[in-house]
Design a binder for this molecule. Structure first.
Ligand code: NAP
Length: 225
């Protein structure tokens, strides 16, 4: 049985994750925390096997030192940590053999799309990305589109990204490759937050077996040699 604490349990992702984890026979949700709770004290007294953090970009800045201090195996689904702080916390976690999975995207479909796009970029020399999201999404281009373009950059230097913000859309991305007499389109459609749950469960199961920091769920799903 994996005893797990969820931090940020009353947010949109936190509530769905809590419900999903409660439905699993190998997890026991032992605490659901909000910003009003004392995370450091909860980790010290309840000693969970795993902490799952689903808070926000501001909160995670103060939460990371508590996670490192606790040495508890942790899955961080929260986005917004800078590359510099990730590098810093990776050093600490690796040195003290703490398992941490930082997974900015739990969607297995998105991760596969990025992997296939990076593969296809070896063979096609032109590509453009079209990402479409609901109107409430403030940032553009999306983090997923920017990351996909970075993963293709070794072979296709400048990948234009087109961002569409429209009512009726959820989260969609096409990577369109142009070739000689042919084109290839990779498409992913996220219909709701349920798409994050299979990957979230994989991360929460895997993390207690880890003794180091892993950035990106893809490195758990298909580790490079
Ligand atoms: P949300 O609805 O705003 O939920 C965040 C929750 O965190 C709120 O309930 C907030 O409520 C709580 N919180 C804030 N500060 C806290 C603190 N110091 N300690 C404990 N709880 C705190 O956001 P969301 O849509 O659920 O997303 C949560 C995070 O997951 C975001 O960073 C988002 O970008 C990310 N996300 C990741 C994935 C993925 O695949 N990895 C997918 C979707 C979203 P209180 O202030 O009331 O406690």
């Amino acid at each position: 049985m994996i005893r797990i604490i969820i931090n940020g349990a009353f947010g949109k992702m936190g509530m769905l994750a809590t419900q999903t984890l409660r439905e699993q026979s190998d997890f026991q949700v032992i605490a659901e925390l909000s910003h009003k709770d004392d995370l450091a004290n909860a980790l010290k007294t309840l000693k969970p096997d795993v902490l799952l953090d689903l808070t926000n970009a501001d909160a995670i800045q103060d939460i990371m030192p508590i996670i490192i201090q606790s040495k508890i195996s942790t899955v961080i689904g929260t986005t917004g940590l800078s590359a510099e702080s990730i590098e810093n916390y990776k050093k600490h976690a690796d040195a003290q053999k703490q398992g941490i999975i930082l997974a900015p995207n739990f969607s297995i479909g998105v991760l596969l799309m990025m992997k296939y796009a990076a593969d296809a970029a070896h063979f096609f020399h032109e590509a453009e990305i079209v990402e479409m999201h609901h109107r409430a999404k403030v940032d553009a281009p999306s983090g997923t589109a920017a990351r996909t373009a970075r993963m293709m950059a070794e072979n296709i230097k400048a990948v234009p990204i087109h961002s569409v913000r429209l009512s009726g859309k959820m989260a969609h991305q096409q990577v369109i490759f142009g070739g000689q007499g042919e084109c290839l389109t990779l498409q992913h459609d996220a219909l709701n937050r349920e798409c994050f749950m299979p990957g979230l469960l994989i991360a929460c199961r895997a993390v207690s077996q880890l003794d180091h920091f892993v950035e990106g769920l893809e490195n758990i799903l298909w580790p490079s040699k």
